[in-house]
Write a protein that binds this ligand. Structure first.
Ligand code: GLN
Ligand code: ZN
Length: 754
């Protein structure tokens, strides 16, 4: 029973890669040093993996930025604007594609399926050329070979590559290029097939519904690829969902192995076992690669046993469910986690060990000590009172349908809010955060360390809020915010104050490029023991006669951006968070806030891979938002905010949230996404972003007035707001002030025009 990995973290446990990348970008180290850091990390990680019991090592999963970008480079599919000769990519061209530079914009970035990892979206043009370059792969294969033992090259598969790409020309169907892409892959596999034992091609798109043309292409493509890869054996890897609905496409393929995710989709095992071709091995993904909990060994062994009974143990391989890119490296580096909670957890290295131990257990070796320890950890977790709080359970049990809805429909809330708030046409506002200066960060850090007294800290934050409020009044904004200086992160800030959450010291996970996030861990029942934002918002409101917007993070976003407990459905945990936020909404209302924003930027991202599973997801996700926000009285205005997302296929769910106002990222799409709202005849108010906050550029009055004109052409003007795309915390004061001044002026001009 061979053990393997689909991939591993690239950053290193101390984020060594991040540091090397950022100093290289600043010009403080040379390319050699960056390359050496990569080499060292790969060697270290392979040794860790082998030491932990992984036989077949992954190669090619390492990347200096992103594995999809590496694939684009390996295929030589470099967009013309990067001017790389013959499609070849050196380090600088590679980073230009990733980050832009010298007047050339970066390639687009998008979320990798339902994760918070962002990949660089390949661009395919009608006259696309490919020019294969396997230097990176061959170098890494050479390095891995020095360790001895079998190795497996890991690549995104061609169907996934093509599906996750975008066409440069909207009229062009990029799937017309599929056969050319497959040919390029054949050439590539031909060049590495003699150098490694296995080649793994990742096709997570198999967990989605595929268009017929794409489905039909699978068989031929993989027939050719299997031949090209020989003598290396080929594994097709799937994850993040069930592939039961696409098994027909694989039935006649003489694959050497198929990997399935039995954590996310245990139910697919029967169907997979039944349809697996005779010569194909089955790789069981039984250890969760997306979360930080210990495997439930008994449950996993049961799945393994079922597969062994049908196939025999030599046709079984064992692995985590997906790449370990999505979990931190090593639990040993967490000295401060409470020991009873730490005992329930496993990070990357520990997950490798679990795979090794499970394989040993399944092949009759004596791992009794490990099994006992695993069972004891689970027993202690199951019986921990923090996971089953009577008060929380009772409250959930007593929820009534009226708690999910506002007391009056929007049409009747609207006049009440207008009267209370007295806002002009096209009211101007911002999304919440203002520039987080070094002073602010230092004050928070020093306070946390104990180097700053509470009194001084509070004073500094209040000064900061006063400054933000004054600035907004000077600029003439209509609805003000306090600026969020007290928040390190929109999820962590709330998690730190809620029961049921804990935090790691080094639990970093790559988000994109050198950027990492440290998701909070939700281990127990969630409850709010005291107000979390009220004193800040109340103070801010006291400084102005203009309406102040209270600012909260929504339950779905808190859920999606945390490591969530796996002993109950996500929907259940989300409902608990929703109740905590609900209490905060009620308290903000109590102290007189007339507008409360509940941000849900992760709502769309949390949707499962199969569209047929969406209704179920959105039903509970939207319910949780409603439970959190809809405690508000009719004359209190509820806002929500979402970052860039395609609203076309989810607009009915957005409408069901029933927020009075939703602000969106819209400037880069030039208001195109408002079309979904128009077609749906979306009844409530919308604030399409009219300037891009991802760039320091100051948009002109004209530019923003034009965007507003476009918006007014699509939606009724008395339903529209003027605001930036998102929060301003990554911006500097200078460009923020100039941009907001222009924004307010653009709204004023528009009001006159109308
Ligand atoms: N209120 C948050 C802010 O302004 C929203 C951030 C987000 O949408 N990601 O920073
Ligand atoms: Zn946003």
């Amino acid at each position: 029973m061979q053990t393997h990995l689909l991939g591993f973290s690239r950053m290193g446990k101390l984020r060594e890669l991040k540091r090397a990348l950022e100093t290289y970008w600043k010009g403080e180290i040379g390319a050699e040093e960056l390359i050496a850091t990569g080499q060292e990390l790969r060697a270290r990680h392979w040794k860790l993996q082998r030491g932990a019991g992984i036989e077949l090592l992954p190669v090619g999963d390492f990347s200096c930025y992103d594995h999809m970008l590496d694939m684009t480079a390996a295929l030589g599919a470099v967009p013309a604007r990067y001017g790389a000769p013959d499609g070849g990519v050196d380090l600088d061209a590679y980073f230009q594609m990733a980050r832009g530079g010298q007047g050339v914009p970066a390639m687009e970035m998008s979320k990798w399926f339902d994760t918070n990892y962002h990949y660089i979206v390949p661009e395919l043009a009608p006259d696309q050329r490919f020019s294969v370059n396997v230097n990176k792969l061959l170098t890494e294969i050479e390095e891995a070979k020095q360790l001895g033992g079998p190795i497996k090259a890991v690549l995104p598969g061609p169907i996934t590559f093509c599906t996750m790409s975008k066409s440069t020309d909207p009229g062009f169907d990029r799937f017309e290029l599929l056969s050319a892409i497959v040919e390029a892959y054949e050439e590539l596999l031909g060049q590495i097939g003699g150098q490694c034992d296995w080649i793994q091609l990742d096709e997570p798109v198999l967990a989605q519904e595929l268009p017929d043309e794409v489905k039909g292409a699978f068989n031929n493509a993989y027939d050719a690829l299997l031949k090209a890869a020989s003598p290396a054996k080929a594994m097709l890897a799937t994850y993040f969902g069930s592939i039961a609905h696409n098994l027909d496409e694989l039935e006649d393929l003489p694959l050497h192995a198929l990997h399935v995710d039995l954590v996310r989709a245990p139910g697919q095992l029967d169907a997979v076992l039944e349809s697996l071709p005779k010569q194909t091995k089955l790789s069981l993904g039984v250890v969760n690669g997306r979360n930080i909990w210990k495997v439930d060994a008994d449950k996993a062994l049961e799945q393994i046993r079922q597969a062994v009974n049908t196939l025999g143990s030599d046709r079984i391989m064992l692995a985590p469910s997906c790449s370990l890119l999505h979990v931190p490296v090593d639990l040993e580096d967490e000295p401060e986690l409470p020991t009873d909670i730490k005992r329930w957890m496993a990070f990357g290295v520990q997950k490798c060990q679990e795979v090794g131990k499970l394989a040993a257990a399944a092949t009759g070796q004596d791992v009794a000590t490990w099994l006992d320890e695993n069972r004891a950890a689970w027993d202690s977790r199951r019986s921990d009172p923090a996971l089953h709080r009577q008060d929380v359970r009772e409250r959930i049990g007593s929820l009534s349908p009226t708690m999910y809805a506002r007391p009056l429909p929007y049409a009747e809330r609207r006049p009440a809010q207008r009267e209370r708030l007295g806002l002009p046409l096209l009211p101007t506002t911002t999304i919440g955060s203002f520039p987080q200066t070094t002073d602010i960060r230092a004050a928070r850090r020093d306070y946390k360390r104990g180097d700053l007294s509470e009194e001084t800290y509070l004073q500094r934050m209040r000064d900061c809020i006063r400054g933000v409020v004054n600035r907004q009044e000077e600029l003439g904004l209509d609805v003000l915010v306090h600026g969020e200086p007290e928040r390190n992160d929109m999820v962590e800030y709330f998690g730190e104050q809620l029961d049921g959450f804990c935090f790691t010291n080094n639990g970093w996970v790559q988000s994109y490029g050198s950027r990492c996030v440290k998701p909070p861990v939700i281990y127990g029942d969630v409850a709010r023991s005291k107000p979390m934002t009220v004193t800040w918002s109340e103070f801010a409101q006291s400084l102005t006669d203009k309406p102040m917007k209270g600012m909260l993070t929504g339950p779905v976003t808190i859920l999606c951006w945390s490591f969530v407990r796996d002993d109950q459905p996500r929907s259940e945990t989300c409902r608990q968070i929703a109740l905590a936020i609900r209490d905060e909404v009620a308290d903000l209302e109590q102290v007189g806030l007339g507008i409360i924003q509940v941000d849900e930027p992760a709502l769309r991202e949390g949707a499962p891979l199969r569209v047929s599973d969406w209704d179920e997801y959105f039903r509970w996700a939207v319910d949780c938002f409603r439970l959190a926000a809809n405690v508000a009285a009719p004359e209190t205005q509820i806002h929500t905010h979402m970052c860039y997302c395609d609203f076309n296929d989810i607009i009915e769910h957005i409408a069901a949230m029933d927020a009075d106002v939703i602000s969106l990222e819209a400037s880069r799409s030039r208001m195109e996404l408002l079309e979904a709202f128009r077609l749906f005849e979306y009844p409530n108010e919308v604030g399409p972003g009219i300037y891009d906050i991802h760039s320091p550029r100051v948009p002109s009055v004209d530019e923003m007035a034009n965007l507003l004109r476009r918006a007014v052409a699509v939606l009724p003007v008395d339903r529209l707001w003027a605001n930036p795309d998102c929060g301003l915390k990554t911006r500097g004061w200078e460009e923020t002030t100039a941009s907001l001044r222009n924004m307010v002026e653009a709204a004023r001009i528009m009001r006159q025009e109308l």
